[in-house]
Design a protein around this ligand. Structure first.
Ligand SMILES: Nc1ncnc2c1ncn2[C@@H]1O[C@H](COP(=O)(O)OP(=O)(O)OP(=O)(O)O)[C@@H](O)[C@H]1O
Length: 313
């Protein structure tokens, strides 16, 4: 569906050197999979998505979408994919259903067919009852669902979703994830950018981790965690300002039970196969953290390991 080789995007800046947002990435997305671009703000995810959506020209390398070249076949590509941009770009003056009609007509779909598809899509995103409502009266989660319905109006083979659940509450995120999962079950290829590691873990079959315009790792969520982290992580929290100063003592206490200890401003992360044993060793050494928690490793830990930074500041 997507094949990128040495893909680059640079932006000209007045009186300065061009800024390279994407610095040569290789990506292969296969039909029917959910593929993710995971990385913090500024990693180059949206710039990559816009090139894939054939709305932003490629600065270097090669890119094929559905076997087509976005430089010459842009309108054909845009007709066969769906796009959910980061900001809702719905027409707030129109009703929910009218937004779908207008968008469908833009693709040249006949009036009766647009109405049929709009009804089916509203049903799919569970907004049938709100069809006559003004967009401005919808919740954030409903707007995102409507944007997904709109992106499906041309019956696309692939949908690009840029940060689909940013700004939504946990319940709205889960409803959206459920709809996206069902879309994938229908055979639609999903390409998702996110800086939420739980979203990437829930939705993506495969993903690349991006940082500063480059891909730093690639694989399934489970394979990345197995490769770059330990099975468990013990989070240990001391009083304000005491985490950094306690790091040495914690490292000595856990010794070889831990692979390594990461120091964050608000907590220490002990990477160990057995998290409970690591916490017990901290207590046995007479240290008194204010809180402890043992959890499974996540993609957040993978990112921290690869870059020394957290995904969300
Ligand atoms: N039109 C532009 N002109 C100049 N610089 C840009 C432009 N668009 C993006 N950038 C810069 O390119 C870098 C990558 O931005 P991009 O939006 O692709 O990152 P991202 O990973 O999607 O992050 P975010 O989640 O914040 O959108 C950022 O430093 C950004 O400031």
């Amino acid at each position: 569906m997507i094949s990128a080789r040495g893909l680059r995007k640079s932006f000209q800046q007045k009186g300065q050197e061009p800024f390279e947002a994407v610095r040569g990435i290789d990506v292969e997305v296969r039909r029917g999979e959910a593929f993710g671009f995971l990385g913090p703000n500024g990693a180059g995810k949206s710039s990559t998505m816009r090139m894939i959506a054939a709305v932003s020209p490629v600065s270097g390398g090669s890119l094929r979408i559905l076997g087509l070249d976005p430089a010459t076949d842009g309108s054909q590509i845009r007709g066969r994919i769906g796009v959910c941009p980061q900001e809702d770009s719905l027409d707030t003056e129109l009703t929910v259903a009218e937004n779908l009609y207008v968008y469908g007509r833009y693709f040249g779909i006949g009036r009766a067919e647009v109405r049929r598809r709009a009804a089916a899509q509203l049903e799919f995103v569970q907004l049938t009852e709100r069809g006559g409502a003004k967009v401005e009266d919808l919740s954030g989660g409903m707007k995102r669902r409507l944007t997904i319905a709109r992106s499906m109006i041309n019956d696309p083979e692939m949908v690009l979703l840029d940060e689909p659940t940013t700004g939504l509450d946990p319940q709205a995120r889960h409803v959206l994830w459920d709809r996206l999962f069902r879309l994938k079950q229908q055979g639609v290829t999903l390409v998702i950018t996110t800086h939420y590691m739980d979203e990437a873990e829930q939705l993506c079959d495969r993903l690349v981790v991006m940082d500063k315009g480059l891909i730093v790792a690639e694989g399934s969520p489970a394979s990345l965690i197995a490769e770059y982290s330990t099975r468990e992580v013990a989070e240990v929290r001391f009083g304000i300002g005491e985490n950094e100063s306690s790091a040495g003592a914690v490292e000595s206490a856990v010794g070889r039970r831990a692979e390594r200890v990461e120091v964050l401003p608000d907590r220490l992360l002990i990477y160990a196969a057995d998290g409970e044993a690591a916490v017990a060793a901290v207590h046995d050494a007479g240290l008194q953290p204010v809180a402890t928690l043992v959890r499974r490793s996540s993609l957040e830990d993978v990112f921290l390991r690869l870059t020394g930074r957290t995904l969300v500041d």
